[in-house]
Design a protein around this ligand. Structure first.
Ligand SMILES: Cc1ncc(COP(=O)(O)O)c(C=O)c1O
Length: 376
């Protein structure tokens, strides 16, 4: 089977479908996770200055030095990490794709935690590798260490982890990460850690897996500008970690896209060097939006599961979520996504719906007002 046929077998990405539905019906789009306001003006100014300052040709394959240095500084300042190497990529998505393509042989297994960001399964399919899933179940969405152990076989090469987690908002605790580290070390796994929501944590703290004993040497950490600085359309991402793992990603990346977004890479370096107060205020404002949407959903008779992190709240709608979401735009002018879209096991959370809260307060208020009609 061709990679395209394998990926087609996974179904088309639901975001495209739901965003098209939002455009067609004029509904408020709480489906896809992107903010509806720009990131910091200084960062936009830096991008404009780079565009005007002739930073318009290919960047070096590893990324522009200023951004690579800023990523190293960030890892050191926030987590005390000293990665051996850094590679700039076309969003976290390219880092994940190139990592899986670079590190997995056909028929190797990759363990992922479901529900999962939809590119994971596709990238595993590109590589001809197999995915094995560990299921997070509502309402706690706790990671069961026994289930994790059971998913690992002698063919497992990579554990692809995502904390803070989309779409549940789960933030793995030190204890849970300790169990993850134990499994990785015992089975000599590479940990591919997707940390794009690292700065959007409202309860608890984000602990990068690479900070656990014995993990820095086997962890490739991935993150990006999109969520932390509200520039999802720029697609500037990076990975960092042991030289050998970063080299494997670079080997693939050079023939996927080589290097791009040169002026935006310069601006991303400025973003990462903004004072920490920027990230604190973004976090505070998103926490308030989370609370606003949760209150609106509860008032509409839905049952929100309040997330500790990221952009999304899952609410129990007490009926088949896929059907609920298919008719929601026409009936109430709101687009949302059935959480089952992120699961292989469609019965794990059949009545949950994912709503994004990374929107302006008046948009959330309008959506909540429309949903209030559900009770009628
Ligand atoms: C868990 C997760 N990883 C990666 C990404 C994509 O990151 P980027 O836009 O930097 O490619 C997303 C975007 O929604 C995500 O939710």
């Amino acid at each position: 089977m061709t990679p395209a046929a394998r990926v087609n077998g996974l179904g088309t990405t639901i975001f495209t479908e739901m965003t098209a539905l939002a455009v067609r019906t004029g509904a408020i789009n709480l489906g896809q996770g992107f903010p509806d306001s720009d990131g910091p003006a200084e960062v936009i100014d830096a991008a404009v200055a780079a565009l005007r300052g002739s930073e318009n040709q290919y960047a070096p394959l590893p990324g522009v030095p200023a951004l690579r240095e800023a990523v190293l500084e960030h890892q050191r300042a926030y987590y005390g990490l000293e990665p051996e190497d850094v590679l700039v990529t076309f969003g976290a998505t390219e880092a994940i794709a190139a990592a899986i393509l670079g590190l997995c042989d056909p028929d190797d297994e990759v363990v992922i935690v479901e529900p999962y960001y939809d590119s994971y399964a596709a990238c595993i399919a590109f590589a001809g590798a197999q995915r094995r899933t560990v299921t997070l179940r509502p309402p706690e969405f706790a990671l069961d260490p026994d289930a994790l152990r059971a998913a690992v076989t002698p063919r497992t090469r990579v554990l692809l982890l995502n904390s803070p987690h989309n779409p549940t908002g789960l933030v793995l605790s030190r204890g849970e990460l300790g169990a993850v580290a134990e499994v990785c070390i015992e089975h000599d796994l590479i940990c591919l850690s997707d940390e794009v929501y690292e700065h959007l944590v409202y309860e608890g703290v984000h602990i990068p897996p690479a900070t656990l004993p014995g993990m820095a040497e086997r962890t490739l950490t991935v993150s990006s500008l999109g969520k932390s600085f509200s520039f999802t359309g720029w697609k500037i991402g990076w990975c960092s970690g042991p030289a050998e793992l970063v080299a494997a990603v670079r080997t693939i990346k050079q023939f996927l896209t080589f290097a791009g977004g040169t002026p935006l890479q310069h601006a991303a370096a400025v973003a990462l060097r903004l004072p920490g107060t920027y990230l604190e205020s973004l976090r505070d404002s998103l926490r308030a939006k989370r609370d606003q949407l949760c209150a609106g959903l509860a008032a509409a008779g839905l049952q929100p599961l309040v997330p500790a992190a990221a952009y999304f709240v899952n609410a129990d709608v007490g009926q088949d979520a896929a059907q609920f979401c298919a008719t929601l735009p026409e009936r109430y002018g709101v687009v949302a996504i059935p959480t089952s879209a992120f699961y292989d096991d469609k019965q794990a959370a059949p009545t949950l719906v994912r709503f994004a809260f990374c929107k302006r307060e008046r948009v959330i208020a309008e959506a909540a007002g429309r949903l209030a009609g559900l009770e009628a």
